[in-house]
Design a protein around this ligand. Sequence first.
Ligand code: HAM
Length: 422
Amino acid sequence: MPEPLSNNLPGTRDLLPGETERWRLVEECARRIFERHGYREIRTPVIEPTELFARGIGGDTDIVGKEMYTFRDQSGRSVTLRPEATASVVRAYIQGAMYRGGGLDRLYYLGPMFRHEKKQKGRWRQFYQIGAEAIGSEHPAVDAEIMEMALGILDELGIGAKLLVNSIGCRKCRPAYMDLLRGELGRGMDGFCDDCRRRAETNPLRVFDCKVEGCQGGIALLPVIIDHVCPECAAHFAEVRRRLEGAGIPYSIVPRLVRGLDYYVRTAFEIVSGELGAQNALMGGGRYDGLSEVLGGPPAPAIGFAMGLDRLVMTLPEKATEEARWEPDLFLAHMGEAALDRAGEIARRLRARGMSCIVDFDGGSLKSRMRLANRMGARHVLIVGEEELASRRYRVKRLADGAQWEASLEELEQGLNPVAGT
Ligand code: HAM
């Protein structure tokens, strides 16, 4: 006997009905807010040449070094399931020559990403991001608008969160700071974990990302990049802050905030929730002014962010969950095959009026049909029995309060409300 194939891969999951409505609520909210800001949807492949991520995200990052799902396809080419979408969006921007239009391109996307990470609450190997990218301007107003938009989504969903920002310098000022940091780390790393020792060699900024308790004392003594940025970066950041304040957006500067991808320059930010524990980042983003050139495109300063849909759904308040509940308008119960035909006809007519109708095919006692309708969350039950077949008037029961009335099909088409005098 072959083994039953009833288990999915670790770190992946099925989203069953009941859960998918909550996901849709978040997705639709994000789309609404993006579109209100003039962002348009872009869809890129989930599979890309490995080189795109190796170059775009950076070979020394955890994502590229340890977490990518990479394999050779039938033609021998190395391909990777996308661990994030920014590199793909910039590739598409270059390939589609979107820069020819001039000005700022405002794009958003939504879909699954893949990272082979250690399993932990709030962390998945197939997870979902909704992200936005504004490509074609280095104006600090874009940075502020992007952050305002990200917070706007959380606000509309009723999720409380904090905005953390930092300025992490540019290609001009970062090398001198990196030398300084390497010098400090080179003086001794007593008490630091093995990962930090390795990062100190390969990608010293990553040391700030370490969550190991024992490393925190040492990390607190290291120089921070925000104190060493060039005047242009400092002025850019001051302007971003001024605009955030002007828009009444609270934020905290976190000088040790670094991001896990190498393309970032200047503004880096995260939005965290107090409710998620260690994996508390709901969203992350920042500026990536040089990425287009790294991928062979023209200069195209840009900023964007992505939010973890899985984590947003986890933090969705109860009220939003109630709103997302799936409640079909009508469950049509029938008594006998002829009544089933009529029920089908009624459902067809009411669906054309935009009502959601479930026709019960199984039949059975009225009591068992009522139980099923309740379990499905239906708002009303329509009963089609022999009497109703003959009279062409149908009994409707509203499940919330048990109210009952009779109505003809024409009356039902006007809405599922009690008909006066029945
Ligand atoms: P990121 O910080 O790697 O940035 O991911 C953004 C968000 O995706 C995180 O804040 C988190 O909510 C979610 N996320 C990441 N990994 C996982 C996981 N394993 N399980 C569940 N959720 C996860 C980026 O991906 C950048 N591309 C963001 C960006 C867009 N920067 C500029 N434009």
